[in-house]
Design a protein. Sequence first.
Length: 550
Amino acid sequence: MITALSIENFALIEKLNIDFSNGFSIITGETGAGKSILLGALGLVLGKRADLSSLKNTTEKCIVEANFSIAKYNLQPFFEANDLDYEDDTIIRREILPTGKSRAFINDSPVNLQQLQELSVYLIDVHSQHQTLELSEEDFQFKIIDAIANNQKHLVEYQQILKHYKELKTTLDHTKESLSLILKEKDYNEFLFNELYAANLKSGELQELEKSYEALNNVEAIKENLDALLSMANEDNFGLLKSLKEFKAILQKNSPFSETYQALLERTSSILIEFDDITKELNRESELVYSDPEKLEAINQKLQLIYSLQKKHQVLTVEELISIQNELENKVVSVTALEDEILKIQKNITDLEVQLDKKAADINQSRSEAIPKLNDQLIAILNELGMPNVRFKIEVTAADKYFSNGKDNLLFLFAANKGTEFGLLKKVASGGELSRIMLAVKAILARYSKLPTIIFDEIDTGVSGEIANKMGEIMREMSKTMQVFAITHLPQIAAKGSQHFKVFKTIARDTTISELKLLSNDERIKEIAEMLSGKEISDSALNHAKALLN
């Protein structure tokens, strides 16, 4: 429950500090006095967005701070999940700086608006006149039924499965799209891959093939050169080998006379050995060199194939062709892989559909069991509120589609009088009837939910007299299990509160200020009398006010 509210520099409020008790609190005041400002300030600490127009003095910051007693509401898991310090008496503070920047704190820890909004769901239900229109919306009607059916756990489990189901459906669509694109190019990719695969390409082979081609293509010139070299080396009279040997023999004669001659002899011996080895190597090469037109043609064909593939794929190396071959192989293979993946995803989707159908059936069953309870309780409360012949026709039927809250279609029809046909609430219910139905719904929900606080903002629209008195009694009954606030213009409801606040305007220093005051018993009698008769309070109005309060 909310125990205190502090407001500084917000709209028409300069500074306001107010303490609240549990039970049933009334807030009254003339139109335009600032009741909506209070709700606006409270909305800030509940996570609503704000701007500079909220500041009374645009040179100072606006601060709204609310104290909540939450010991009974098992909110520790929320604080742990959001890494916040838990306190039984929790303080939520919202600041709006003159720059327009907004800051929010829970127990002095900075938080974002989403965290405030998530926490506010567990703290306060603010019922506005606009919310009465939600009665006609299917989502709100389902929330009523699900609260009575205690479907929260079922719905959370269903929504978790549904989230996974939707993710898989998206994945399936994307996988099918990928497969479709690959299939369009499948034949061409297979042709390109087979062409490259048949070429049996090897890294570095282009350079080797080009060298072999050059050698085979010039075999006659190579053979002629080798023969000439061997002739020069081995010629009987003037061959290089014979001359080197003679050179060595003459030098050897001088070697005993000097170390220099000995060193030159050793170097000459090395040259002779090396040249002899070169001659033998040339002999071997000469024996290997021969004309092979078939091999030359084979190498030429392989080279032309590689050149053609390079031109076709617009690359310069065999290594790039091999890379393209691998990519094409992956594409060709991925068709089978994607087909397998699609089958796997489809199986998983089918499994999830089985789970969703089971959960949806559980939700449908509990809703079907809750509807008679809702129907009976609505009729009982509305009978007290002057609608003795009210009837509801509420049915849930299984649908083929997965909705966010199950697989049910909902029929929620209403008839206010005997002999009238059932119709949609928004078409057949008057404003006063909608207000009474909404109060009945809130009273029923209060029995099933553990919400600490509810605020009724003029839920009495369109009613008066004894009906207003009954509405006040229902709200007072609700306040036995939760904190209830009612912003009202009706004295019958105002008299039912355990405490009564008045919103009023004053003028100070040429500026208009909204204030909130807790009324004493005498002030309360006067306020209710004024609500009965206007500014000119008569004795009969005072007596009537006292009678209402008693």
